[in-house]
Design a protein around this ligand. Structure first.
Ligand SMILES: [Zn+2]
Length: 116
């Protein structure tokens, strides 16, 4: 379970920004997380509740925006929506090539923070 460590750094960054902005309360935190990141969202939510307890972010709503896995075929140029279960063995849906590059799905960042 690496959600705890990741969530710890998220909360740390959120509190740092909130502090710099002179916030009294963090209302909402939105994260963008790519599908190939092995994150269990419910677990992350639980970790967030635990770590943020006693801070100005302890009632913040945590929203996780899931970014789909999309690859582009370098042989034919077509984009393919892929499923994580196929990740190890993906081929282009259009031409069958294995020459694929990642377009999205590896994201992990704080999209925005709402404060009071
Ligand atoms: Zn192709």
């Amino acid at each position: 379970m690496h959600e705890m460590a990741i969530t710890e750094s998220v909360v740390e960054i959120v509190l740092k920004h909130a502090d710099v902005a002179g916030a009294k309360k963090v209302v909402q935190v939105r994260l963008k997380i790519g599908e190939i990141r092995d994150i269990i969202h419910d677990m992350m939510e639980k970790c967030f509740r635990y770590i943020a307890r006693g801070t100005i972010a302890d009632e913040a709503q945590l929203e996780i925006i899931k970014v789909p896995l999309v690859v582009r075929c370098t042989a034919c140029g077509q984009a393919n929506r892929e499923y994580i279960s196929n990740y190890a063995n993906m081929t282009c849906h259009h031409c069958g090539s294995h020459e694929l590059e990642l377009v999205s799905g590896n994201e992990f960042f704080i999209e925005d923070i709402k404060i009071l």
